[in-house]
Design a protein around this ligand. Sequence first.
Ligand SMILES: *Cc1c(COP(=O)(O)O)cnc(C)c1O
Length: 447
Amino acid sequence: MSDARDDLLTIDRRHLWRPYTSSEDHQTQTPLFIERAEGPYLYGAGGERYLDGSGAWWCNNLGHGHPRLRDALTRQAQDIMHCSMAGTVHPSAVLLAQELVDIAPPGLTRVFYSDNGSTSVEVALKMAFQYWQQNGRPGRTRFLALPGGYHGDTIGAMSVGDVGAFNGIFAPLFPGGRPAAEGLPDPTHADDEAGWDALFGALEAALRATPDEIAGVIVEPLIQGAAGMRTYPARYLQRLREVTREVDTFLICDEVFTGLGRTGTLWASTGAGIAPDLLCTAKGLSGGALPFSATLATERVFDGFRGDKTRALMHGHTFYGNPLGAAVAREVLAIYRDEQILERSQARGAQLAAGFARLAEVPGVLRTRSLGMVAAADLGAGGYLGKLGWAVHDEARTRGAQLRPLGDTIYVVPPLNIAESALDDLLAIVQASVAAALREQRVRDHV
Ligand SMILES: *Cc1c(COP(=O)(O)O)cnc(C)c1O
């Protein structure tokens, strides 16, 4: 077994180019080899078991290998695995559209498919931009966005994201040569109330000063994932909704991470008491099975594309509405209904909150927070390039959990249906790993 693993590692080192990994690190770091996964667990090549703390990159809301998702995939594969949706439709994509609209925030009645979170954002940006181009406000050519935002790694999505570790080098490629959040004040952390006040105040001022330039405002509602699971109060979103209505521009909620119950309500938007004009959903919707996403729009936006061919949204991916992805997404929604995923996750959310409140007492932990089924702890001020989270990652791996930190911030995003005992185990591992990593750190600081 370990020979086979060494062979794989050799091939990996020789031919793979892993995401967010320098070519140097690729040569020196040893990845965890995973052979199978079940529920909240990943299983290594030697049968060793790890709790998956990062939810397969935040998309694994129902745990790994839910039997109903496996069945749905197999069933759909018997009928049709793919067809274009250019002049053709298939049942799964049509029915999913209805089912999504039924549970969407009020007013979102149109569904446009694509195949990952970044493209669902690109689609929203293009819809907003083109709407104004062909409906009397062609000067509306730029977007506003929050510092610390993350909306994906394609160029348009990067241009509305933060310019830190992820996007900075690409800024010259952005529309107008500058990131959408440029000039807006960046809160120093989740609890920096004055910082959030300043940010949303500046956003409102920018909207009022230049309404004729702004095609839309894009936000991650209630929590900025990649910024370090930075939460902020709903009242800012409510105010932003009011102001975008007053100046009549679009509010885009990127719910790629928050959608499908991650924050304790089905959508973070509805949890915050708002409904956007455009909404992006991907990770949870995919069931952690296949790349799949959707951009939801209001009837008003859709109506802006009536007319001759030149007024169509000229966008469509090869895998638009892929039957396998759509069938899995439909089954995801059915499981939420049948297994009362959201309702039953409330108790787990409380358990998670209590666990991270305890974690706050570990010496060296700066602050902790939780929202629904996501919880995070800041261990230092080093941001994404900070190393403390990686020290916790190493400790957790020896204790049976896989955590992927965001620099100096560690977080967990367990399946919404994780068992109480498994969540207790995960919390205990996090607690022990953080304590051990910070103890090491203090020892080092003293020598
Ligand atoms: C992950 C993420 C994206 C990008 O999704 P991909 O599927 O990785 O392209 C966009 N927005 C948010 C809020 C995300 O968390």
